[in-house]
Design a protein around this ligand. Structure first.
Ligand code: PLP
Length: 422
């Protein structure tokens, strides 16, 4: 299987080569050349790991790591991802039982497993630059901490993430370095993109990325969407739609890829926050990126979703109309939903998952799987005042919060990062 750039001006690579590259040399993003139909039939009863093996195998054909896929899957999918029934023919896919309590643990662990295998035998360590709006950095840092031959540099927007998120981003040390950028997430993302095109950075480091611009994050995410759709079908005899709280569109694109590969996903509903470029595009067909604005669902505070380029390279607007919808959720709707989440749905939701539930409440059709993208305890400063009680902290997160934390503040310019890293 070959991976090509969305901009069509870079050589085709294998999966592990494109993972090691991150961004393609022409500035585009790597995508698989084709999506083979691999769905094992709607009635199959399979574990998540087994679905992952079926879905990922074709992408590893001819790859240097082809014979290690089984071990990679074991390392990446090493925590439970339950599909919990909810009222009204719907279910919650709980993606937050990993070390950083958000769905990004899956992609980050897969990436870390692949990259550390590729790094065996290199002299100069690989430097992974990661811009985070809150959750990516924690997942990537947890996944790569103390992996030999790799160093991770995390950039997050200072003051724009929750206290527990900030702690999770900066409690590592060793091979993990954390910078608090005086700006918004889009500044962090821009600095990373600039670094990749900067001569000094290219000369000084062997660079890679771990953002959802890295195709190694997307493919493992397709696995849990595929598994959840099969499992929902097994329980009900009907193909579900997926509700996906979205920012950079990494999770949603993975769902669309799983659908392309024949898994029983009826349609995909993107729940976005007050950042409106996606919603405006859905309504008009015009995609106009904007600066990000801060909302309660901060991991979705993205004004220029990086995976839009992948989405639009594969599908026309009119093709997407057949299976994609977008709904926008305001901060006051998020607050209202969190307040009544336990009474109306039997769950305390994080602000991102709350966007998904609000979108679910507004659709008229049934059979939806909503992705619960993070644990509410990660966003305690938002959730607890609304529900007037404490959210208990899951053990893995509790462990991290006990470690000492340190981040270095920098101005939102590439030069500031250069100075801090020289
Ligand atoms: C990253 C994140 C999102 C958005 O996912 P994308 O892949 O960027 O669309 C939603 N919720 C949570 C909790 C996240 O961490």
């Amino acid at each position: 299987m070959r991976f090509v750039s969305t901009r069509g001006n870079s050589p085709a690579l294998t999966l592990s080569e494109s993972i090691a590259q991150g961004l393609a040399p022409d500035g585009g993003l790597y995508v698989p050349e084709i999506f083979p139909n691999v769905s094992p039939g709607k009635d199959a009863v399979l574990s998540l790991q087994h679905v992952a093996q079926i879905l990922l195998s074709p992408f590893f054909v001819g790859d240097a790591l082809e014979d290690q896929l089984h071990e990679i899957i074991e390392e990446a999918f090493d925590f439970p991802i339950p599909l919990v029934d909810m009222k009204g023919e719907s279910a919650l896919l709980e993606l937050f039982h990993g070390p950083s309590a958000a769905f990004k643990d899956v992609g980050a662990r897969f990436l870390a497993s692949v990259v550390s295998r590729l790094e065996r035998g290199h002299e100069k360590p690989l430097t992974i630059l990661v811009a985070t709006s809150g959750d990516t950095g924690g997942a990537v840092a947890a996944a790569f901490h103390n992996k030999p031959g790799v160093r991770v540099v995390v950039l997050y927007p200072d003051g724009k993430v929750s206290k527990r998120q900030a702690h999770q981003l900066s409690c590592w040390g060793d091979n993990i370095q954390t910078f608090a950028v005086k700006g918004v997430f889009d500044d962090c993302q821009r600095i990373v993109k600039e670094a990749f095109q900067d001569e000094w950075f290219q000369k000084t480091f062997r660079l890679s990325s771990a953002n959802s611009i890295n195709v190694g994050r997307l493919l493992p995410q397709a696995c849990y969407h595929a598994w959840a759709s099969l499992e929902y079908y097994r329980r009900t005899g009907r193909a579900p739609g997926l509700v996906i709280p979205s920012g950079n569109l990494g999770n949603a694109l993975a769902a669309i890829w799983a659908r392309e590969m024949g898994f029983p996903i009826r349609e995909v509903l993107l729940a976005v926050n007050a950042n409106e470029p996606l919603l405006a595009w859905y309504k008009t067909g015009d995609y106009i990126p904007k600066p990000a604005i801060a909302t309660l669902a901060n991991a979705m505070d993205v004004g220029a979703p990086s995976n839009m380029e992948r989405l639009l390279s594969k599908f026309s607007y009119s093709e997407l109309q057949h299976f994609l919808r977008v709904d926008g959720v305001s901060d006051s709707e998020i607050e209202d939903l969190i307040r009544r989440g336990e009474k109306d749905w039997g769950h305390v939701f994080c602000p991102h998952t709350a966007c998904g539930i609000v979108a679910l409440e507004r659709v008229s059709t049934e059979d939806w799987v909503v992705c619960a993208t993070a644990h509410p305890a990660k966003f305690e400063t938002i959730v607890e005042p609304l529900i007037h009680k404490e959210v208990s902290v899951p053990p893995a997160l509790d462990e991290l919060l006990k470690r000492p934390a340190h981040a270095t503040q920098i101005e939102p310019q590439l030069d500031a990062l250069k100075k801090a890293m020289s």
